[in-house]
Design a protein around this ligand. Structure first.
Ligand code: PRP
Length: 177
């Protein structure tokens, strides 16, 4: 599938402006504190890189990786941690950074996973909140863009591991969604 030329949903300019707005809010909310920003691989890698560089507060970074299994391989069913963070988070302010919330299963799992380690605070920043397919109630604390449905790629988001590198976010027809 060729992704370039597919409909652009969010341009790189829109994304850049939104990231700066989010980073300003986060920097104000955590003024005087030091954040640990946890990126969820792979999808969050570009968003997180832009977000942390736009913060005006110090932060440390770490990464986790999860896999989900189920009938709908994209995002249904059981979630398992395949790479945990390597930082102690007890008593620390934690911000989880995700590319997308879809069913909510991944983030619900992650929040429980990290809460057990007693951080001082835990919030979630999602680049895209895709709301229609929620299976568990989940609200991110910071959201870049909200969409109803649709398969989006680019800016870290993939289709079958392709298209993560695209600087804009495109909406594609998969034929099966
Ligand atoms: C995607 C995305 C989130 C998750 C969201 O990850 O990055 O982690 O799905 O879906 P959910 O709300 O339905 O749980 P994916 O498993 O595609 O891995 P990737 O980040 O490597 O693309």
């Amino acid at each position: 599938m060729e992704f370039k030329g597919q409909e652009i949903l969010f341009t790189r300019e829109q994304i850049g402006r939104r990231v700066v707005e989010l980073a300003a809010r986060i920097s104000a909310d955590y003024a005087g504190r030091e954040l640990i920003v946890i990126g969820v691989l792979k999808g969050a890698f570009i968003f997180m890189a832009d977000l942390v560089r736009a913060l005006s507060i110090p932060c440390r970074v770490d990464f986790a990786r999860l896999a989900s299994y189920g009938a709908d391989a994209a995002s249904a069913g059981k979630v398992v941690m395949t790479k945990d963070i390597e930082t102690s988070i007890r008593g620390c302010d934690i911000l989880i950074v995700e590319d997308i919330v879809d069913t909510g299963l991944t983030l619900a799992f992650l929040v429980d996973w990290f809460r057990e380690r007693n951080p001082a605070s835990l919030k979630v920043c999602a680049f895209i909140d895709k709301r229609r397919r929620r299976r568990v109630p989940f609200e991110a604390d910071y959201v870049g863009f909200t969409i109803d449905d649709g398969f989006v790629v680019g800016y870290g988001l993939d289709f079958d591991e392709k298209a993560r590198f695209l600087p804009d976010v495109h909406v594609i027809e998969t034929g099966g969604e």
